[in-house]
Design a protein around this ligand. Structure first.
Ligand SMILES: [Zn+2]
Ligand SMILES: [Zn+2]
Length: 178
């Protein structure tokens, strides 16, 4: 989804309200495909000030992700705000590293809103994705989802004991009774 910056600014007197639903569908998140369940929304404004162009907007999206503990998929709402200067990319342009967070580069007078939305969604996905704070996860022994079922595995509180038993049984195999 591209908008032509100089045209939209000329038509709107250098201040443009933006309100878009952008169909992002899916994003590549460090090799994982993350489904965007609804069109993402972008709302804000573009404006020109002191010979610079700025984008101020709020972006929200609903993503379908997998819980890091129980592996079930669930929907999560992400919302983020963006306030950046837009700079046209050109040869010889050199931007200091510390300024990079406040800048979005564009080419050929075109602002790609879908690309911006995609990048913002990626940045706002939390490191630890849990379907709920209380997610009990999977049983490490039998693999059932402990949120949905209970198993008979005696592992939770006496994991060490189980390991010891395992070692003892190995020892018995090494020294068979005669
Ligand atoms: Zn979970
Ligand atoms: Zn189990």
């Amino acid at each position: 989804m591209n908008i032509n910056l100089s045209r939209i600014m000329a038509v709107n007197n250098n201040q443009v309200d933006l309100k878009y639903q952008i169909d992002v569908e899916s994003i590549n998140y460090y090799g994982d495909k993350i489904i965007i369940s609804e069109p993402a929304s972008l709302q804000g404004k573009l404006y020109y000030m002191d010979e610079k162009t700025f984008l101020d907007c709020a972006i929200s999206a609903e993503v379908k992700v997998n819980c890091g503990r129980c592996l079930n998929s669930f929907h999560k709402n992400l919302a983020t705000k963006l306030s950046v200067e837009l700079i046209e990319e050109q040869d010889g342009l050199n931007i200091e590293d510390e300024d990079k967070d406040d800048i979005i580069l564009y080419q050929d007078d075109n602002i790609d809103l879908a690309k911006i939305v995609r990048e913002q969604i990626i940045m706002s996905i939390p490191m630890k994705l849990l379907c709920s704070e209380n997610c009990k996860g999977l049983c490490v022994q039998c693999g059932i989802n402990k949120n949905e079922e209970q198993c008979q595995c005696k592992l939770d509180n006496d994991e060490d004991e189980v390991k010891v038993d395992f070692r003892l049984s190995k020892l018995k195999e090494l020294f068979p009774k005669d």
